[in-house]
Design a protein around this ligand. Structure first.
Ligand code: PLP
Length: 425
């Protein structure tokens, strides 16, 4: 594959930006090659600066669930742009998107728009502290909730890919207020709550772990968290930045039938433009300024272009017959195809999959096991270049980089992916 232009661009970028990129995983460090510079994308395909075409399973790390450059989304953005790109004042689209989010996710009674998933989780944390009058939060090893200081403790995603479970720059006092428990291990949560009686404001969790590879929570574990939070007056916060509108219209909480007190969103609700949101029970959300004393604001929050892209994306989901059934069918096709090929190649790996999120791994339930598996996979399946936060891959005709999913993949794309997978094995 000729990647001369991408390599040249990367050499130039390194002179101007930290590591040449504006977000760490884009540097492709753990793939062991220079990053690709993407020139265009449409449907399930991406084209780089050198003209190489890829079947994309990253989907911009989640937002592009209806495919890249969907004609309806592009048209809506163009029309909205004609009327102005930012007003610093309210616009109608904010209401429309809020209404649709509430319709999709019934636990959300009131919602506040922000600009990213990180902002959503940071704001939800402040709100939880303001509402409960408590300081500490519990998060789980391997879960990623954006790059807010309090969350960069034993985090997943790019933080783990770079081998930086904790980040310099996070003060000891901030870190002291973040307690970390083990995913799917309720005893570890009970212990923390017991030894910090009356001090825990919230438990944050990715209800299906996506930033340590795809690691689903067990239903009884989530139910036990719900019961514990009710008993101890702790807020249960589902971080659905990745799972929201992906696993079902109502996200993971619909799938599991468990309602959190607050939910954080991002990715898909922006349809490819920068949007995040947090919402939940009205009693809690009313604490946010200006209806309450917990301050949170944003120059570009509710931006008309971003609202338009998100709104159109959610409308496409709503208006497409059997959207999630189709996504499931495609994901299952790929999973089954890969499983057959692994069996044929006598390789004892499996796939963790929940809907359109999946990872090639051995079955795992905790972060620790994941790290061991990761090392083993690196050793044994280097050709496939599995990366740590393995929820996505780009697949080229001959090579398979990294694994996730969208409605835009055709049968032909899926078969080409399986053929590449077989060759890689
Ligand atoms: N929460 C989860 C579960 C995520 O996966 C991410 C990003 O990958 C975030 C929060 C942070 O979102 P953003 O990158 O939009 O700040």
């Amino acid at each position: 594959m000729n990647t001369t232009k991408s390599s040249k661009l990367f050499a130039e970028a390194q002179l101007h930006m930290p590591g040449g990129v504006n977000s760490p995983v884009r540097a492709f460090n753990s793939v062991g090659r220079d990053p690709l510079y993407i020139a265009s994308a449409a449907g399930a395909k991406m084209r780089d600066a050198d003209g190489n075409e890829f079947i994309d399973y990253i989907g911009s790390w989640g937002p592009m669930i209806v495919g890249h450059a969907h004609p309806r989304v592009i048209r809506a953005i163009q029309e909205a742009a004609e009327s102005g790109t930012s007003f610093g004042a309210s616009n109608e689209k904010e209401i429309a998107l809020a209404k649709l989010i509430k319709k999709f996710v019934p636990s959300v009674e009131i919602v506040r728009m922000v600009n990213s998933g990180t902002e959503a989780t940071m704001s939800a944390m402040r709100l939880a502290r303001g509402f409960t009058g408590r300081d500490k939060i519990i998060k789980f090893e391997g879960c990623y909730h954006g790059h807010g200081d309090s969350f960069l403790i034993k985090a997943g995603s790019g933080v783990a890919t770079l081998g930086l479970p904790d980040s310099p720059g996070v003060t000891k006092s901030t870190a002291a207020d973040t307690l970390t428990a083990r995913y799917n291990d309720i005893e570890s949560v009970y212990e923390l709550v017991e030894s910090n009686k009356g001090a825990v404001a919230a438990i944050f969790i990715e209800p299906v772990g996506g930033n340590m590879g795809c690691v689903p929570a067990r239903k009884e574990f989530l139910q036990a968290l719900r019961d514990l939070c009710d008993a101890e007056k702790i807020l249960l916060i589902f971080d659905e930045v990745m799972t929201g509108f992906r696993l079902a219209k109502g996200g993971a909480q619909e799938l599991y039938g468990i309602a959190p007190d607050l939910t954080t969103f991002g990715k898909i609700i922006g349809g490819g433009l920068p949007v995040g949101a947090y919402g939940g029970r009205a009693e809690i959300m009313k604490m946010i300024a200006p209806s309450g004393p917990v301050y949170q604001a944003g120059t570009l929050s509710g931006n008309p272009l971003a609202m338009t892209a998100g709104l159109e994306t959610l409308k496409i989901i709503e208006e497409t017959n059997d959207f999630y059934a189709k996504l499931e069918e495609k994901s299952a096709y790929l999973e089954n195809g890969m499983k057959d090929l692994l069996k044929k190649a006598n390789l004892n790996y499996t796939i963790n999959r929940v809907g359109s999120m999946f990872t090639l791994f051995l079955w795992m339930r905790t972060w620790l096991i994941l790290i061991r598996q990761k090392l083993r996979i690196r050793r044994n399946l280097q050709i496939i270049s599995i990366r740590c936060s393995n929820r996505a891959f780009i697949c080229r005709r001959r090579s398979l980089r990294r694994v996730l999913f969208r409605i835009a993949h055709s049968e032909e794309d899926l078969d080409a992916t399986l053929a590449a997978f077989e060759k890689s094995l």
